[in-house]
Design a binder for this molecule. Structure first.
Ligand code: 5RP
Length: 231
């Protein structure tokens, strides 16, 4: 999804989220162009003496965090995370999310699940009453056609994602899998759809995030200010 929003609101949201991080925390580092600014701000704070360990949700975030000298740790080395900072493609009024435009949603959900607090950084165009954007579904390559049929049976229209830059053919995730974007139109019952998609054999993870609203804070970067939403 191409956003018409400028960089300043993203930067405002990203920076505010990074300023919620305290000394000694283990921090989930999400993926995307808004979290980009959280990493930028965290790097400054680390240079100033903040001691944190980051758990990256993608190869892209891992490479950038390393370049910025943000200390990283493997997920298996920590019991829990204090906070995870991530972006979203859509946020509804219940705090349910669609994520995964960057294809990192499976790792992002694992990290969100391990985190005590989930901070989502967005611009106002991502807020909605009802989720409507296609739901990314990561599938093992062997199962892509049968999962596509199951998505159709659930009322969705599946498209295999093929928009990777610098590579012909389908997008391959950091986990070596494919992505089907399932267009369900207006999603009347996101928790139910998440359960049904998760139950399809061959599905590794979906971009529907409906299990975390009570520990989610959404930071909305706007022109000249930042708004915070909780659920
Ligand atoms: C990647 C994601 C991103 O967090 C989501 O797509 C938002 O990205 P951006 O901040 O660039 O709009 O879920 O898998």
């Amino acid at each position: 999804m191409k956003s018409r929003i400028g960089e300043e609101p993203k930067k405002r949201a990203g920076y505010r989220a990074a300023d919620l991080v305290d000394d000694g925390m283990v921090v989930g580092l999400g993926t995307g162009s808004t979290v980009y600014f959280s990493l930028e701000r965290l790097a400054v704070r680390v240079r100033e003496g903040l001691s944190i360990r980051g758990v990256p949700t993608s190869l892209q975030t891992s490479l950038r965090a390393r370049a910025l000298h943000i200390p990283l740790v493997d997920l298996e080395e920590v019991d829990k995370l204090d906070i995870a900072i991530d972006g979203a493609d859509q946020v509804d009024c219940n705090g349910y999310l669609v994520k995964g435009r960057g294809g990192a949603h499976t790792r992002e959900k694992v990290v969100a699940d391990a985190a005590t607090r989930l901070v989502i950084v967005v611009t106002p165009d991502k807020l909605c009453d009802c989720l409507t954007v296609p739901v990314p579904v990561e599938v093992i390559p062997f199962a892509w056609a049968s999962v596509a049929r199951s998505i159709t049976r659930l009322g969705g229209t599946p498209h295999i994602r093929e928009s990777g830059r610098g590579k012909d053919g389908p997008v391959v995730t950091d986990n070596g899998n494919l992505i089907l974007d399932g267009d369900f139109g207006r999603i009347a019952d996101p928790p139910q759809l998440e359960k049904e998609l998760d139950a399809i054999p061959g599905v590794v993870g979906t971009g529907l995030f409906t299990r975390f609203p009570s520990r989610t804070r959404v930071i909305v970067g706007e022109e000249g200010r930042v708004r915070e939403l909780s659920y």
